[in-house]
Design a protein around this ligand. Structure first.
Ligand SMILES: *Cc1c(COP(=O)(O)O)cnc(C)c1O
Length: 233
């Protein structure tokens, strides 16, 4: 099947409230343009340099999502244009994103990455670290005015065990619901409605259907659209 056919087939299976991020890492611009010409406007990359090269070359109505682990010293290369950063996992990184966003007079949307897998190699915050960061960001005196936390992101363990993946997705959904419930009770006091988060980024080619059943609002799909990658990152 062609990229266009893959894309349209996946899109036809997604509920309206679920956003498709086409994960185009390692793929050439010609492949991305095929998806673009089929109507896709949201692309995900995991290397800042590669994403920036593609941003320079491609139409300007594309929303670029950084889905990989972000090194603090590279934030400056994407601050001008990135539309959503999925993998924020420290206050230090958030401060750097804020600083670089300020230089471009922008507010950059961010997701906090939560550690849900049983794999050492995956990045992310635990619940205590999440609470700590939310406290800093939601503090009325916070100087983090050029970032906005709009949701959470997580990656399940790489396994065929569906019940384990479901358990991990359910866990992330529970955390998501809990911080929204906390925000609503705070809003009732402060009349400040900005603390609620709306995006739950979970699900990839192998597990996106399960992720949607578990409450995902944003799926990151690469190989099922563009075919297998020649090297895995
Ligand atoms: C590569 C990648 C994906 C997409 O993986 P596929 O299995 O090809 O769909 C999703 N999320 C992240 C964070 C990735 O690095």
């Amino acid at each position: 099947m062609s990229i266009k056919e893959n894309l349209l087939q996946i899109k036809s299976q997604l509920p309206n409230h679920v956003t498709l991020v086409a994960v185009s890492k390692t793929k050439p611009v010609a492949d991305l343009m095929e998806a673009y010409n089929a109507g896709q406007r949201v692309f995900g990359e995991n290397k800042i340099q590669e994403m920036t090269d593609k941003w320079e070359e491609m139409p300007k109505d594309i929303q670029w999502h950084m889905i990989g682990h972000v090194q603090t010293n590279k934030v400056k290369f994407m601050a001008e244009y990135v539309s959503l950063i999925h993998g924020v996992d420290s206050l230090k990184l958030l401060q750097e994103i804020n600083k670089q966003a300020q230089k471009h007079n922008r507010v950059i949307d961010c997701l906090l990455q939560i550690y849900i897998a049983e794999e050492e190699s995956k990045f992310g915050l635990d619940e205590n670290e999440l609470d700590e960061i939310l406290k800093q960001v939601q503090n009325d005196n916070s100087d983090l005015t050029n970032i906005r936390i709009v949701g959470l992101m997580g990656m399940a363990t790489f396994t065929d065990n569906q019940s384990q993946i479901k358990k991990e997705f359910d866990n992330l959904k529970n955390i998501f619901d809990k911080i929204n419930a906390d925000a609503i009770s705070k809003d009732a006091i402060s009349k400040d409605a900005i603390n609620r988060v709306s995006i739950l980024s979970m699900g990839m080619s192998g597990d996106y259907k399960l992720a949607i059943e578990c409450g995902s609002t944003m799926v990151r799909i690469g190989s099922s659209i563009f075919g297998n990658r020649t090297y895995q990152i």
